[in-house]
Each structure stands twice: as C-alpha cells, then as structure tokens.
Design a protein around this ligand. Structure first.
Ligand SMILES: Nc1ncnc2c1ncn2[C@@H]1O[C@H](COP(=O)(O)OP(=O)(O)OP(=O)(O)O)[C@@H](O)[C@H]1O
Length: 307
C-alpha cells in the first residue's frame, strides 16, 4: 500500500530550539491519527512541514507522493487544512469566503449550501464574518478544508470553540470522510474525545515522538493496571475486601463504590472473586487506562529516559 504521508528522521530547528527532533512515521489511506502533545511539543510545526509551508532542517518528507519541501507540490489541491486559529476577512460573508476557497482549489461550489446546512450556518451564510462567533468561524474553517475531496485532511485543534453537539457533528463529518478513504490527522488537547475515535495515536514530547500506535497497542505497551469498580450494598465493602484479598490501591469511594487496581494478567481472577455468588457485589465495571493515563505514562517514561 502506498503511504499517504512518510516522514523519515525529520528535524526542524529554530536556532537552538529543536521544535521537531528525529521524527519518523508513515500514514496509510483511511487512517485517522491523533497527534497529541503539550503546548510547544511540535504539532503545528509538523503540520506546516506536511503542508510545505516550512522546510525540515534535515530528513525526508513525502506527502501524497510529492516532496513538499522541494517546493513542487502538485497534490496540494487534494489536501485540506484547518489551522489552529482560522482568520477570514471579516467584511466578507460566509458564502463569499467559501466560494473563494472553492475556486482556489478548482472545486465545485455546488456543495456549499449542503455543507453550510450540515454545520448549522445556513441562516448566517449571507452575514459578514465579523458578526460570527468563534465557533461559527471554526465551522466555516472546517468547510473550506473539505473542498476538493481531500485525500489528506490536517486539522490543528479543530474542536476548540465548538459546543458538545457541534463537536459530535464535527466528528461525524470526519468519520464519513475517513470511510471514503481520506487520511485524517488531527491535533487536540481534548484527549477524552479522541480516545475511541482515532485509529492511531502519536504522542510528541518536546519535539520527539514518544509513542505511536492504536490505543490498544499503547495500553499493551504501557502495561498500566486496569481499575475494577465494584458496587456493593451499604456497609459491605469489608466483606468484598475479604473475598478479593490484598490488592493495590484499594479505595472506598462512598458507601456503595469500591475501586482497586488489577495488573493486566490478574483481572479475570479478581473479577471472579469479586463477583462470587455468595458475595456482596451488585455490579462490576472494568476501567481501562484512559488516553490521559497513557499520555502521562509515556511522558513520564520519556522524561526518565532523558534524565
Ligand atoms: N517560527 C518560529 N520561530 C521560532 N520558534 C518557533 C517557531 N515556530 C515554532 N517555534 C517553537 O517550536 C516549538 C514547537 O512549536 P509548535 O507550534 O509546533 O508547538 P505545538 O505542539 O503546536 O503547540 P500548541 O499546542 O501550543 O499549539 C515551540 O518551542 C515553539 O516556540
């Protein structure tokens, strides 16, 4: 399969700062990749290099078969980009701006009305953009990124400023594009919403890639404990403790809820004991390490390795 994006040992320096440091990965068609990292980790710098707006100090980068760093980038029309801060000419209406972007990409303007409707901007379409809220500008930005049936969509913190309903709508649009074969790369600090949506997660720390895999792969690699949460009848926590035996991080959250950790290999046995027919368990939940937990783990591990 031909990779949509290939980065080999990419480094980008700004004077003494290594914004991106020896990063290599390849992205395949139809992948949806979450790029996560702290402020200043190098996410936007990576986007800019994939777009050909900035050149790597060293290393090789190929996007849609082209070398954006060489200045020739014929495939750029099949690339959609939503920058972190979208800014449009406030005097133009939403519809005027979209017609402009569609023409830039040689794309048809036929879809403008249905896209405006999809993101709830129909009523505002003929108003000047200076009257738009931040979320409305963000939605307009998303539409312009969708022109030209992009094969690669680069979305830099796309859900900032969107309310929960619009976030859901946004992810539905992105998922449809992915199902049609587009490769999506999005950066975000909202880890919870990426957890079940990204097929792959790349974690950056101070310019270096410290993890790259599906959430299941990262969970296996990290080997973090699973949390088991048991609901018991009032005053029965002690009885549960006697059944389960000594376990790490036993926490009685309130009179009805008890939580404890289970190493990945010990989970089944502990659940069996906790749910013993004669025991006090009324319900049981298994809490896998979240993306927040994994992110903290890989950052910590990288910090320790670098020390
Ligand atoms: N044009 C520039 N000149 C000098 N330093 C830069 C430039 N652009 C980025 N940097 C530095 O490179 C590093 C990475 O910045 P980048 O914008 O890629 O981070 P980010 O992960 O996108 O952060 P955020 O989550 O805050 O958007 C930072 O230390 C930043 O200060």
């Amino acid at each position: 399969m031909t990779a949509i994006v290939e980065l080999e040992h990419i480094e980008k320096r700004y004077g003494a700062i290594a914004a991106v440091n020896d990063v290599s990965f390849a992205l395949q068609p139809g992948e949806s990749v979450a790029l996560i990292g702290h402020n200043g980790a190098g996410k936007t710098t990576l986007f800019k290099m994939m777009l050909g707006l900035s050149r790597p100090t060293s290393g090789d980068i190929r996007v849609l078969g082209d070398h954006p760093a060489a200045g020739e980038f014929a495939a750029r029309k099949r690339l959609g980009y939503l920058p972190e801060s979208v800014s449009f000419n406030g005097a133009l209406t939403g519809r005027e701006v979209l017609s402009f972007y569609a023409r830039l990409k040689d794309a048809s303007t036929d879809k403008i009305d249905s896209l405006l409707e999809r993101v709830g901007l129909t009523a505002a379409a003929d108003r000047p953009i200076r009257t738009y809220s931040k979320g409305m500008r963000q939605r307009l930005g998303l539409i312009q990124a969708l022109f030209g049936d992009p094969l690669l969509l680069l979305l830099d913190e796309p859900t900032t400023g969107l309310d929960p309903a619009l976030r859901l709508e946004f992810y539905e649009i992105v998922q449809e594009l992915q199902q049609q074969g587009a490769t999506i790369v999005l950066s975000s600090h909202a880890l919870t919403e990426l957890e079940e949506r990204a097929s792959r997660i790349i974690i950056l720390n101070r310019g270096r890639m410290v993890a790259n895999g599906s959430i299941d792969e990262l969970r296996k690699l990290a080997g973090l404990p699973i949390k088991i949460r048991v609901t018991v009848a009032s005053g029965k926590a002690e009885k549960l403790s006697a059944l389960v035996g000594p376990v790490p991080n036993w926490r009685e959250i309130n009179g009805h809820l008890v939580e404890f950790d289970a190493a990945p290999g010990a989970k089944i046995e502990l659940i069996r004991r906790a749910t013993d027919a004669a025991g006090p368990a009324q319900d049981v939940a298994i809490l896998q390490p979240t993306l927040d937990d994994l992110y903290a783990h890989f950052l910590r591990r990288h910090g320790e390795a670098a020390a």
